[in-house]
Structure formats: C-alpha cells, structure tokens
Design a protein around this ligand. Structure first.
Ligand SMILES: [Fe+2]
Length: 349
C-alpha cells in the first residue's frame, strides 16, 4: 500500500516534533544507496518545516560480499562509517540524526551518541511507519516497563510449548524503544514499542522452544515445526528439531564464530499496532521485520552481539526471535502470561 507525501510529511512532522526538534538545530539525514526515497524526501521536508538546518550524508553500501541477505540486520557491526572521519565529524556535530541507512550495532553509533547527538532510525516502508507513529501512550507504557526491568535481578520465561528458561539481570543497561529520540544522546527506532536488556554473562540457562508460528529474524519465516534451543552458561549449546532447526543450525555455523551463540538482548513487546501476521504479507526484503519484534505480548530474545549495551562481543550474526504465547516473569512477578501483558501500567487494552 502506498501513502501520499502529504500524509507521510505530516507523520514525519509529528515524530520529529516528538523528538523535540527545535528551529535552528542541526539535522543530519544519514542515507545509503538503498534508502527509501519517499522517506528521505518527506523527512527532509518535515525537518525543514520545523526549522531544522539540514545536511544529508550518503554513505556507500557495505558487506554485500559477506552477508547472505540484503537485510542489513543479517550482518552487523561493520558499517561505512568505519574510518570515515568526515562523516563522523558531521554526525557528531548534529543535534538530531535521522538514520535512513541502518547504523545499528556499529561502534561508531556509540561514539556519535556519546557526543550528545540524538538519533532516530527509520528504515521500514512508509506505510509501516504510518501505522506505528509513536504515541505518548507508547512512551508511557514502555517507560513503566523499563522502571520495573531496572529493578529486576532475574528473568524467567515459560510456555506450554516447553520453554523453561532463566537468566540473571542487572549488569547491563536497558534498551528502551518507544520510537522517539527525544533526549540528548538517545537512540530510538521508529517503529518500535518494546524493551529489552542483556543477561549477566554466563547466566542464561534452560530451554526455549520456538513453536510453530513463531518467527526467526532475519530469515523472516514462520517456524513450521518446533525448534528446541538449550542454553547453558550463557550460550546456546543445542538446536534440536526438524527442518527449521537444521536451517537455523547451519546458518549460525556458517559464521564460524563461537560468539554467535551467546544470548543477546531479551525482553517483551508492548506495541499493539505491530502485528504478528504483517510479516507474512511482505516480500522478505521489503521490511526488516519490526512488526515481529514489537508485537504486543511477545517474548523476544536474540543471540550474538552485545556492543549496543556497551559490551565487547562484536559478532556479525544477530538473530532476533519473537515468540507468542509465552509467560515472562521478573523476580517471579508476571509481566506477560500466555502472551497477555499483565501489569496495568504496561497494558494497552
Ligand atoms: Fe536485536
């Protein structure tokens, strides 16, 4: 479904105003050869209307020869900012960066944010962005969940499909995504509406069962037969099951890096306008799968890098795996039961 420039510019205006864009601020649009031209056009108009001083930095494509997919989340860590002093200088002197390229997981992103620039990633198709314009309610609920997660020392996940998993928390920061880069040094992603953290090193243990219908990213497939993952000492040690297990095992092995098996971020989805079904209606390369990452009541875990959290695990393979119908507990207190969000201050219904 296409959207009109008029509608899309208005959406960008709402989001940029929500990012506290003020007249006279330096706004840099970060683009690459595959940036959505309507996003670039409409973001530029909206930022100009709000009085931003606009610069566009276009960087060359990267990792084409090593990645097995055109999805930029299929090979992370190294970006075209590496060694690019001119682009880094422009980005570090920006008040607000609109990332239409996908810089996530690079050490350069951390350096830019430390300089105080705020950064909003937006690479999903225009109609997906339009459906999930961040709201004050999204922000309130995600922040309420963040307050609870900050105090947690253990996370447990269970499901009728057989998940029985636990990890210790507290050593890493919280990833709070409500879709607005509204504070200095803040990174966010439009569309989103979820939160996560990273487990303490070596603590992840137990079994996660990816059930029929659950999603594996970046494959962008709905699993057809259950996959059993066994975690011990913080790492994924066994991948058991049929075809889907074999596919996942072989893909992860292809990176030839033991760090791909570490547990990465772990959390739950709070976005009611993100839909479990949406990904099934798209060509695989038309989206990065934010509906899957954010849908309301999911249990989302991932494997691979922790550089986003200030850690040193820099590995290019990052699997995001959102599950339905799970229960998630913090220190025994339910956040989600059978896919239903429980705490009143996190609920959207
Ligand atoms: Fe992720």
């Amino acid at each position: 479904m296409t959207v009109s420039d008029t509608q899309f510019i208005a959406a960008w205006r709402t989001v940029l105003a929500g990012c506290n864009l003020k007249a006279g601020e330096q706004v840099t649009l970060l683009t690459s050869t595959d940036t959505n031209p309507q996003s670039l056009r409409c973001a530029t108009v909206a930022a100009s209307e709000l009085g931003g001083i606009i610069t566009t930095v276009e960087l060359p494509p990267m990792n084409g020869e090593v990645s097995l997919s055109r999805d930029k989340l299929a090979y992370v860590g190294a970006t075209a900012l590496r060694g690019n002093k001119a682009a880094m200088a422009a980005l570090k002197s920006s008040d607000l960066i609109i990332d239409l390229m996908l810089l996530l997981f690079s050490p350069e992103q951390g350096e830019i944010l430390e300089s105080g620039s705020r950064m909003l990633l937006a690479v999903e198709p225009p109609e997906v962005l339009l459906r999930m314009i961040p709201t004050e309610d999204d922000r309130r609920r995600v922040l309420a969940a963040t307050d609870r997660l900050k105090r947690a020392r253990t996370m447990t996940a269970t499901s009728r499909a057989g998940t029985d998993f636990t990890c210790a928390l507290g050593d890493y920061p919280i990833l709070t995504e409500y879709g607005l880069a509204d504070l200095p040094g803040r990174w966010d992603h439009w569309p989103s509406g979820f939160l996560a953290t990273w487990s303490n090193e070596g603590s992840a243990s137990g079994r996660i069962v990816i059930d029929r219908g659950d999603i594996i990213l970046p494959f962008k497939s709905y699993v057809q037969d259950a996959v059993e993952l066994v975690f011990r000492d913080g790492y994924l040690r066994e991948i058991n099951g049929g075809f889907d297990a074999e596919f996942l095992r072989e893909y992860m092995e292809s990176f030839d890096d033991p760090e791909v098996y570490a547990l990465s971020h772990i959390g739950w989805g709070l976005q009611p306008r993100a839909k479990w079904t949406a990904m099934g209606l798209y060509d695989r390369e038309a989206t990065i799968g934010m509906d899957a990452r954010a849908f309301y009541g999911n249990f989302l875990f991932s494997t691979g890098p922790n550089t986003e959290a200030g850690g040193t695990r820099d590995t290019p393979c990052h699997m995001d795996i959102p599950l339905r119908n799970c229960s998630v507990y913090l220190d025994g207190e339910p956040m989600v039961i059978d896919g239903k969000v429980i705490p009143p201050d996190q609920r959207a219904d």
